[in-house]
Write a protein that binds this ligand. Structure first.
Ligand code: SF4
Length: 96
């Protein structure tokens, strides 16, 4: 992983209650997946919608036990986010 352009896209996000979500797509600039059951740490419910006019990227991932994780960055081609153990989890997580 050498540049921002190589960061994986959030291909789909099923968490429609998130303020960054529109039409099942993530519009945060970049999300952070936390170590706690691959929870999306960027998930937020506020009374208005926000984000950018493009799909979000995975900026950082603390889930070092995932086979796609390399030095706390995600190397998957893209990720899916949706309800898992919590309201918003990385569903692309795979144990090593
Ligand atoms: S696929 Fe694995 S490394 Fe990539 S964001 Fe999800 S949990 Fe992190």
């Amino acid at each position: 992983m050498t540049s921002l352009q190589e960061l994986p896209q959030v291909q789909n996000c099923a968490v429609s209650s998130c303020s960054y979500n529109a039409d099942s797509a993530c519009h945060a600039g970049a999300i952070t997946i936390t170590a706690d059951h691959a929870h999306c740490g960027t998930f937020v419910e506020i009374s208005f919608r926000g984000g950018l006019d493009r799909s979000g990227l995975v900026g950082a991932c603390h889930r070092s036990d995932c086979r796609h994780n390399d030095k706390l960055e995600c190397t998957a081609p893209g990720v899916q986010v949706g309800p898992g153990a919590d309201a918003a989890d990385c569903l692309t997580y795979e144990a090593r």
